[in-house]
Design a protein around this ligand. Structure first.
Ligand code: AMP
Length: 192
């Protein structure tokens, strides 16, 4: 089984490239942002709490996110691979993911660290905001989300550097070229 963490700032193309990975490799996909937006649409308690954080460009608490994902993970126990998209977003989440996977006899095979400069991120997210219907794709929240990424999420890179599984991906260019680098990294990763 190959567990893949697709990592990068908001707007770095994690969602788009996750779709390409699903098409080529048939992996299961967990996007914590998508799961939270579904909770909001379903008006669950978790959704109500999550919405206040999301609209402020802040992270939902580690405890809520970790419990939510742990509850979903067994649904992928027979998958060839799993893509973690938008998770982990803090060092504590990275540690928790390792524990969650280790207790199921597996681990993260590769972490794809997608690099896109800040001006390009803002441009892409504003463009996406025209059609996404997402309450957080507006300039004020985008700026906060990028700040949150820089302050709270970048330490995750050190975690995977220490693990020896971080692969840097140039995230600007054609979607196909970027996916070619992603495929190469996935193919080179060990099955765990
Ligand atoms: P995304 O769709 O990944 O851009 O996530 C949208 C928003 O959901 C983020 O700005 C956070 O408020 C929240 N969120 C998604 N994933 C996480 C996570 N792993 N930890 C904390 N908050 C998250």
């Amino acid at each position: 089984m190959k567990n893949v963490v697709i990592f990068g700032a908001p707007g770095s193309g994690k969602g788009t490239q996750s779709e390409n990975i699903i098409k080529k490799y048939g992996y299961a996909h967990f996007s914590t942002g998508d799961i939270l937006r579904k909770q909001i649409a379903d008006q669950t308690e978790l959704g109500k709490i999550a919405k206040t954080f999301i609209d402020e460009g802040k992270l939902v608490t580690d405890e809520l996110i970790i419990n939510m994902l742990d509850a979903e993970l067994d649904s992928a126990k027979d998958a060839k691979g799993v893509i973690f998209d938008g998770f982990p977003r803090t060092y504590a989440q990275a540690e928790a993911l390792k524990k969650m996977l280790n207790k199921r006899g597996t681990d993260v095979a590769v972490m794809l660290n997608i690099h896109v400069d800040e001006a390009e991120l803002i441009k892409r997210l504003l463009e996406r905001g025209k059609t996404s219907g997402r309450s957080d794709d507006n300039l004020e929240t985008i700026t906060k989300r990028i700040k949150t990424y820089n302050e709270q999420t970048t330490p995750v890179i050190d975690f995977y550097k220490k693990e020896g599984t971080c692969v840097d991906i140039q995230g600007v260019g054609s979607i196909d070229d970027i996916f070619a680098s992603i495929s190469k990294a996935i193919d080179a990763a060990k099955d765990l």
